[in-house]
Design a protein around this ligand. Structure first.
Ligand code: SF4
Length: 156
């Protein structure tokens, strides 16, 4: 399986906020992948800067590329370009590599790098929104590490 790293942290954020993750009207696989991650901390996947397993079935996925648009930025209009920008920043800031295998447990253990760089990663987004994201990712990490009985390797 191949995942965009920002999708992984969106899922952790949603675990933290307690949001009910139900099927999306666009038909993507966010809810099923979130459930796979919730129950299996050893799930193995590669990280990819491109459409991923979550995009499968989405009505916006055209010839392997997302045709959706975003409205919360002045520097991007296409979601594909914005997602690639975001994922490149996360991969670079965290030292993640497309050629390596990752698991939810490992990514949670390394998530302090994402949190330390979150203002840089989401630079250009609403600052309060990024702060809320950070709080919910931390709650999600606590929830997930307690559920699967592992210790986070860094203080948040
Ligand atoms: S194709 Fe676009 S809108 Fe659909 S899940 Fe992927 S990134 Fe989201």
């Amino acid at each position: 399986m191949r995942l965009r790293i920002h999708h992984f942290f969106d899922i952790v954020r949603d675990f933290g906020s307690g949001k009910e993750i139900s099927p999306h009207p666009h038909g993507n696989c966010y809810h099923t992948i979130a459930e796979e991650i919730r129950i299996n901390s050893k799930l193995e996947f590669n990280l990819i800067v491109a459409s991923d397993e979550i995009c499968r079935g989405c009505s916006h996925l055209i010839d392997g590329v997302c045709d959706d648009v975003i409205t919360h930025r002045t520097d991007f209009t296409g979601k594909e370009d914005f997602n690639n920008h975001l994922d490149k920043r996360i991969m670079e800031a965290c030292g993640f590599e497309e050629s390596k295998k990752y698991s939810p447990k490992l990514l949670c253990e390394l998530a302090h790098k994402y949190l330390e760089n979150i203002e840089y990663i989401y630079q250009g987004n609403d600052a309060a929104h990024t702060q809320k994201r950070k709080e919910n990712v931390i709650l999600g990490l606590i929830y997930y590490s307690e559920k699967h009985g592992f210790l986070l390797t860094s203080n948040h």
